[in-house]
Design a protein. Structure first.
Length: 258
């Protein structure tokens, strides 16, 4: 079984330790939960009731993801855990886990699975050029995989964050860097609407033949799943874990006005 699948379901007694260690590690953010709000709404208002089941699912994932990350990659001394590479290893692992959970949660039914073959992009080592490579690749993928459900121009902050992160880290990190956006949504036509979630991922794999020949392989995936209400209603969730998961998700949520 791959490391992605080696998940551990947290016990309520474990989650406080997991959250404390995650806070101490202060890893880069690589998973963004998108939250659409209207101009007349505030992010503090209660979420749309029709999305509550999918949000409960996401909250249940959050503690499972953090528990799995800490059990598999959180060991060692502070000095070992707080290196740049160790921090990014954990951050990239979170992306793998949310993609995995979207595909394997029993009450989520596949609606769309659209992986793209990796594309190689030439890098020069020059800051402005390479940053533009990353930002254009990110923007193009967002537009192809999120529009028209999301006004992609509202995600410029995330685009710039990914591009800046990549260009500053490309000479310091040896492994894949990954990012994910998770978007709860409603599918279908009123009055028959279905809760769903779309998760898109970007993986940047550095490829260096020599100092004058650098490329990055960019792999993109899109997976969308619909929630099966009958199966969901049979699930039992631990409220303490849901509360902790909600806090994790809220801390990583990006609000945008539609």
């Amino acid at each position: 079984m791959s490391s992605t699948a080696k998940q551990n379901t947290p016990h309520t007694g474990d989650i406080d330790d997991d959250l404390k260690r995650a806070k101490d590690d202060n890893d880069p953010q690589t998973v963004f939960y998108l939250n659409s709000i209207s101009a007349a709404q505030t992010s503090q208002q209660a979420p749309d009731a029709s999305k509550e089941d999918i949000l409960t699912t996401v909250y249940s994932w959050a503690t499972k993801i953090e528990h799995t990350v800490q059990r598999n990659l959180g060991k060692g001394s502070d000095a070992e855990r707080h290196t740049l590479q160790a921090s990014w290893d954990r951050a990239a692992y979170r992306v793998k886990l949310i993609d995995y959970l979207t595909r394997t949660t029993p009450w989520l039914m596949e609606a769309c699975d659209n992986p793209e073959a990796p594309s190689d992009e030439k890098l020069t080592g020059e800051y402005h050029h390479d940053k533009l490579v990353y930002q254009q690749a990110t923007h193009g993928f967002f537009r192809a995989s999120l529009a028209p459900d999301i006004p992609v121009d509202k995600l410029r902050t995330i685009e710039r964050y990914i591009a800046e992160t990549m260009v500053l880290g490309q000479d310091k990190l040896a492994k894949d860097l990954r990012f994910a956006l998770a978007f709860p949504l409603l599918t279908g036509t009123a009055p028959v609407l279905t809760s769903a979630i779309r998760v898109i991922t970007l993986t940047f794999t550095p490829k260096v033949d020599n100092q004058s020949n650098k490329t990055v392989a960019i792999t993109k995936t899109l997976y969308e799943a619909n929630l099966n209400k009958k199966l969901f209603d049979k699930q039992e969730f631990d409220q303490k874990l849901l509360d902790a998961g909600k806090k994790l998700v809220q801390d990583a949520t990006f609000d945008f006005v539609r």
